[in-house]
Ligand binder design. Structure first.
Ligand SMILES: NC(=O)c1ccc[n+]([C@@H]2O[C@H](COP(=O)([O-])OP(=O)(O)OC[C@H]3O[C@@H](n4cnc5c(N)ncnc54)[C@H](OP(=O)(O)O)[C@@H]3O)[C@@H](O)[C@H]2O)c1
Length: 251
C-alpha cells in the first residue's frame, strides 16, 4: 500500500531511543524527512539521524526541553528552516514515575506534568499554525493506556496523558477543517531501554494480564503511528488506538 508519505517532514520527539527511535526510522523507510528530537541522549539521537539518512532521507537532530515553550518554538522554527515544512508531529517524549499517589510531592507532579502535558501543549501550539497554512497536518500522540483505564502507582502520568487525549480530541474538532488530524496511540507495556529494568524484574508477572501473553516491542507501535500519519488515514481523527496486546478492550 502506498502510504503517500514520501517527501513529507516529521518531527518525532524523544526519538533518541525506544519507541521514538523506531518511529523515526520507520518514517525514514517511507521516505519521510525527520527531525530527531532528544533531551539528554544526544549521541543516540545522532546515531538515529545517521541511520535515517542512510535510508535516503534528510535527518537532523535537535536538543530541547519540551517543558520550555521557547525551546519548543526554536525547534519548530529549525524544522521549518532546515527541512522546509512540518507535516507530521509525533509527540512521543514524556516522563513517568511509578509511586503511590499519597507519597508524591508537588515536585513530582511538576516533574511529570511539565513534559507529559505542558510539553505536548507547547508542541501543538507551535506546529498547528504551519500545518493550517499548508492545509495538511498530522498529530499523533504516544500515551499510556493508563490514561483511559487507570493504573496503580501511575496516577500522575495517567492524569497528564488523559488530559492530552482530551487535547487531541478537541484539536481534532477545531482544526479538522484545515486537513489536520489528531490521534493517539495508547500503549501497554513496551520493552524499551526505559522500561527494561522494571520488566526484567516484573515482566513475567505483568504478562499474565495480557491476553496475547507477550509484552510489546517498539515494532508493535511504529507501524500504527506511521499509518495514522499517512494519507491512508485521512478520514480518521480524534481516535485513541490501544496497542496493548488486549490488556484493555475499550471501544
Ligand atoms: N515503554 C512503555 O512501556 C510505554 C508504555 C506506555 C506509554 N509509553 C510512552 O511512550 C513514550 C516513549 O516511551 P519509551 O519507553 O520509548 O521512552 P521514554 O524514555 O519513557 O521516553 C521517551 C523520551 O522522552 C524524552 N523526554 C523526557 N523528558 C523530556 C523533556 N523534559 N524534554 C524533552 N524530552 C524529554 C527522553 O529523551 P532523552 O532520552 O533524549 O532524554 C526520552 O528518551 C513515552 O511518552 C512513554 O511515557 C511508554
Amino acid at each position: 500500500m502506498d502510504l503517500g508519505l514520501k517527501g513529507r517532514v516529521a518531527l518525532v520527539t524523544g526519538a533518541s531511543w525506544g519507541i521514538g527511535r523506531e518511529v523515526a526510522l520507520s518514517f525514514a523507510r517511507e521516505g519521510v524527512n525527520v527531525m530527531v528530537h532528544y533531551h539528554r541522549h544526544g549521541q543516540e539521537a545522532e546515531e538515529v539521524a545517521r541511520e535515517a539518512a542512510a535510508l535516503g532521507v534528510r535527518a537532523i537532530t535537535h536538543k530541547a526541553d519540551i517543558s520550555q515553550g521557547d525551546q519548543v518554538e526554536a525547534m519548530v522554527q529549525k524544522v521549518l528552516a532546515e527541512l522546509g515544512s512540518l507535516d507530521i508531529l509525533v509527540s512521543n517524549a514524556g516522563f513517568s514515575i511509578q509511586q503511590a499517589f499519597t507519597e508524591t510531592t508537588r515536585e513530582d507532579w511538576d516533574k511529570t506534568i511539565d513534559p507529559s502535558l505542558y510539553g505536548p501543549l507547547y508542541l501543538c501550539r507551535a506546529t498547528i499554525e504551519p500545518m493550517m497554512k499548508q492545509g495538511w497536518g498530522r498529530i499523533v500522540s504516544v500515551v499510556t493506556d493508563a490514561a483511559r483505564v487507570g493504573q496503580s502507582r501511575m496516577a500522575l502520568n495517567s492524569a497528564a496523558r488523559a488530559a492530552f487525549i482530551g487535547l487531541m480530541k478537541s484539536l481534532g474538532r477545531e482544526y479538522g477543517r484545515y486537513g489536520i488530524t489528531c490521534n493517539a496511540v495508547a500503549l501497554g507495556w513496551i520493552r524499551t531501554p526505559a522500561t527494561a529494568p522494571y520488566l526484567d524484574q516484573w515482566g513475567q508477572e505483568v504478562v499474565k494480564f495480557y491476553p496475547l501473553r507477550r509484552l510489546g516491542v517498539t515494532q508493535d507501535v511504529a507501524p500504527a503511528v506511521v499509518f495514522l500519519a499517512s494519507e491512508a488515514a485521512s478520514w480518521i481523527t480524534g481516535q485513541v488506538l490501544a496497542i496493548n496486546g488486549g490488556y484493555s478492550m475499550q471501544g
